[in-house]
Design a binder for this molecule. Structure first.
Ligand code: HEC
Length: 442
């Protein structure tokens, strides 16, 4: 185990969730936008309509700054946050998918180089070559999505990989195709929303109305298809995820889906009313408010995906607290819970205070705190005033009367479908229970 990253009041998971949710807007815009750009540029080129160039210039500048400055920064942010929050999770992914990422980065570099050349040569080189640049970007960006979706989907449903350890068995797993189709459709929705906002700032009224309407049609198409593919995606979820979300175990997951659906509906209505029916009413300010709604909807949708994955961070392979859950002989990976239950968790920790004497209460409490941080802290806030599933409050609800009661609870932890079993021997459990008893809010 690596040192634990504690985020006061919240959990490290929430930090990743916030950064990642934000990142989705620029990254889906980056993949979707150029299909629309190329469409408009072809119109400008083949129908000889130079007045459309104003839009191309503004839209590509937006993509350049929003996706390749803010988007790139938040992308790196996800790496930093995930690396400190779940070093073993990231390490597991890198060990399996480093060539996937390497391939993605090749396409990513093509994207970055092309967008700069595209923007700065707009109207300066011959139209046909410029259009080719647009196509190169559009394809490179979408191919990067094809690749990254495999790795994301692997975390939710690891497919036959848990038996074979094969790269493509994990990559093309049960939720790969539905996720790829949903994300592809959604990228047109997101690109459409941004295109409507940019189009509604254009000076030429005729072009403005025309492009607002066309971008809305793209957006509506993407969102309607996205909704259909989402059902396919939900249908393909692993059984335990379906049980958590729809079997009543964690009802708030279903509520998250409703929130996402409502946000989705609002954005769709905006496209229809302010884009398709009355493009003259379209204003950038309304569009920006819509972006916030979109952000909330995406946050709820991604929150659902993260939540439905419990108790794992990588389906069946690794628990949320980074302890390995499954024997995967093909990869020489061994489940760790039996090992820790036999040998103890404490002796297997590398980063811990030196020279603790577990027969002394004070030292035991400190050891218990370290154990609990590792085993519970990824999902639960440990501060007294913690906000995300604070253990002090959850335990209070169970009204334990002694550390022994908490030890009994720890024994039954694995019976909860959303929590990993306690991975330690009696000594670990005793220390953890004493520490937990000391933080129960009374
Ligand atoms: C993979 C994430 C995860 C880990 C790791 C985890 N929990 Fe939980 N725990 C949850 C979820 C999810 C809930 C449901 C409550 C919620 O979501 O608000 C929960 C609920 C609880 C509850 C309330 C149970 C009830 O019946 O009301 C307690 C107490 C609890 N956890 C203790 C622990 C302890 C102690 C540990 C560490 C030994 C731990 N949890 C590890 C995810 C986790």
């Amino acid at each position: 185990m690596y040192p634990f990253w504690e985020v006061p009041f919240f959990t490290s998971g929430l930090v990743i969730a916030l950064v990642a949710t934000f990142h989705i807007l620029p990254c889906h815009l980056a993949t979707g936008a150029f299909w629309f750009n190329v469409y408009v540029e072809r119109k400008a080129f083949y129908e000889k309509r130079p007045e459309l160039l104003e839009f191309l210039k503004k839209y590509s500048l937006l993509i350049l700054i929003f996706c390749f400055v803010i988007g790139s920064l938040s992308g790196v942010g996800i790496w930093y946050a995930a690396t400190v929050a779940s070093p073993r999770g990231i390490s597991a992914l890198i060990h399996n998918y480093v060539w996937g990422w390497a391939t993605e980065w090749v396409f990513f570099i093509i994207e970055i180089a092309t967008i700069y050349v595209y923007y700065y040569t707009l109207g300066r080189i011959d139209e046909k070559s410029h259009l080719t640049l647009g196509w190169v970007y559009a394809w490179a960006a979408w191919i990067s999505m094809i690749i990254i979706t495999g790795i994301l989907a692997f975390m939710l449903s690891s497919g036959k990989w848990v038996e074979t350890g094969g790269f493509f068995d994990g990559f093309f797993n049960e939720t790969y195709w539905p996720q790829l189709f949903t994300r592809t459709a959604l990228m047109f929705g997101i690109a459409g929303a941004y295109a409507v906002i940019v189009a509604s700032t254009l000076k030429n009224k005729e072009v403005r109305l025309e492009l607002v309407r066309t971008a809305s049609i793209w957006g509506i198409g993407g969102m309607v298809l996205g909704a259909i593919f989402t059902f396919w995606y939900l249908f393909k979820l692993p059984e335990h995820a379906k049980d958590l979300a729809f079997g009543g175990t964690l009802p708030y997951l279903k509520s998250m889906l409703y929130v996402a659906a409502i946000c989705y509906g609002v954005v769709l209505l905006w496209f229809v009313i302010f884009g398709l029916i009355r493009p003259s009413l379209s204003r950038p300010v309304i569009g920006i408010i819509i972006l916030f709604i979109l952000f909330a909807g995406i946050g709820a949708g991604e929150g659902f995906r993260e939540g439905a994955r419990r108790p794992y961070i990588i389906d069946r392979y690794m628990y949320g607290n980074q302890i390995i859950a499954y024997n995967i002989p093909a990869k020489n990976i061994k489940a760790e819970v039996p090992k820790f239950q036999k040998e103890g968790f404490w002796p297997n920790l590398y980063f811990k205070p030196d020279n603790l004497d577990l027969s002394k209460t004070k030292d035991r409490l400190l050891a218990g705190s370290v154990i609990v941080h590792h085993q519970c802290g990824n999902c639960h806030a440990l501060d007294r005033l913690g906000k995300i599933r604070p253990l002090s409050v959850l335990l209070e609800n169970l009204a334990p009367e002694s550390p022994g009661d908490i030890a009994d609870f720890l024994d039954a932890l694995g019976d909860y479908p959303y929590m990993p079993p306690f991975a330690g021997n009696d000594k670990d459990k005793e220390a953890a229970a004493e520490y937990l008893f000391s933080i129960v809010r009374r």
